[in-house]
Every structure is written in structure tokens, then in C-alpha cells.
Design a binder for this molecule. Structure first.
Ligand SMILES: Cc1cc2nc3c(=O)[nH]c(=O)nc-3n(C[C@H](O)[C@H](O)[C@H](O)COP(=O)(O)O)c2cc1C
Length: 173
């Protein structure tokens, strides 16, 4: 039986090229979410694929947020956020919250239907699921905050195809 390679191939060693990282990550299909916040710093929100569950006791999840963006500052000040998983029908909302329509901050919420659960953060009524979170922990890793939210409420939404981002474009799954 041939031995399994234990070393990284030479062309992937050393300081990794950020373009190669981005190219690699473009091949990882991800669910598309809107991360939204409200509170003393006001409403803000952005499109995110860097979302993952952490544990179910306490129910928690993590999100990676670019520290240079408006939403990172607002989430830290508001100590709460929601994660809204998009259906394929809400691609236009994904573009708006990614800044592709020129809207910032609370103006992004002019599109879509929003209400609230426990924390007062905006929750999208047409999402597949909404997780309402209190900010538990936050750690700056180079350019991004890794934030961990304790989930205090969940709303299960419609059963519909999911919006997925892969190879730099949207797909319905
Ligand atoms: C499909 C997709 C996924 C994205 N995922 C993330 C993400 O996980 N984290 C992040 O910080 N930005 C992500 N972005 C970029 C932000 O949505 C975008 O920069 C947004 O305008 C930031 O808003 P803000 O200035 O209110 O923070 C993503 C963009 C797209 C189109």
C-alpha cells in the first residue's frame, strides 16, 4: 500500500498568497446569510457566508466580520445580532447587504420584510431560519472579528430552496 503524503506540496508551502486563499475559498460553497444588528449604535447589516455553528449547549454560532466595515462597529456596540439564512428568492437582498446597490447602514433595510424576536435586532420574515443572538465573545484575528453569539431565539421560516454562493455566483439549492 503506498504511503500517504505527510508534507504539503512545495507549491503550497511558506507564506501563502492571499489570491490563492481567495481562489481556494471560492470553491467552497456556502449558505448566504444576512447578519443584522440594532441597538444604541443603530441598525446595520451585511451579507455573510462566514457563519458556522459552535455548540448546542449553550446554542451558539460564530460569524467572521471585516473589522473595517460599519456593521462590525455596530455589532460590538449593540452587543446583539441576528443571522438570517436566505432563500433563493432573496438574492436581491443579498446584493443590497453586500453593498452592491450603494446602500449603507439602516438604508439597506428599506428592502425586504423585517420584524424582531428577543433582542430587538431585525429579523427577515422571508428567511429560511433566523437566529437571534446576544454577543458572547469577540476576538480580532488580523482583519476580521470572529464574533460568537449565544442564540436566544430561533424562528423557523418557509421551506424553500436555499441561496448558495459558489464560484463567485449565486445558486439555488
Ligand atoms: C456572498 C457574499 C458573502 C460575504 N461574506 C462576508 C462575510 O462572511 N464577512 C464579511 O465581513 N463580509 C462578507 N461579505 C462582504 C460584505 O457583505 C460587504 O462588504 C458589506 O458591504 C459590509 O457591510 P458593512 O460596511 O455594513 O459592514 C460578503 C459578500 C458577499 C457578496
Amino acid at each position: 500500500m503506498p504511503e500517504r503524503p505527510t508534507t504539503t506540496p512545495p507549491d503550497l508551502r511558506g507564506a501563502l498568497d492571499p489570491h490563492l486563499f481567495r481562489e481556494g475559498m471560492s470553491r467552497v460553497a456556502g449558505a448566504v446569510h444576512i447578519v443584522a444588528t440594532d441597538g444604541q449604535a443603530g441598525r446595520a447589516g451585511f451579507t455573510a457566508t462566514a457563519v458556522a455553528p459552535v455548540t448546542d449547549q449553550p446554542a451558539s454560532l460564530l460569524v467572521c466580520i471585516n473589522a473595517a466595515g460599519r456593521s462590525a462597529r455596530s455589532v460590538q456596540a449593540n452587543h446583539a445580532f441576528s443571522v438570517n439564512t436566505l432563500s433563493a428568492g432573496d438574492q436581491a437582498i443579498a446584493d443590497i447587504f453586500a453593498g452592491r446597490a450603494g446602500l449603507e447602514g439602516r438604508d439597506r433595510f428599506s428592502v425586504g420584510s423585517w420584524d424582531t424576536l428577543e433582542t430587538g435586532c431585525p429579523v427577515l420574515t422571508t428567511g429560511l431560519v433566523a437566529f437571534d443572538c446576544r454577543l458572547m465573545d469577540s476576538r480580532l484575528v488580523a482583519t476580521h472579528f470572529v464574533i460568537i453569539g449565544e442564540i436566544v431565539a430561533i424562528r423557523l421560516g418557509q421551506a424553500a430552496p436555499a441561496l448558495v454562493y459558489s464560484n463567485r455566483s449565486y445558486h439555488a439549492l
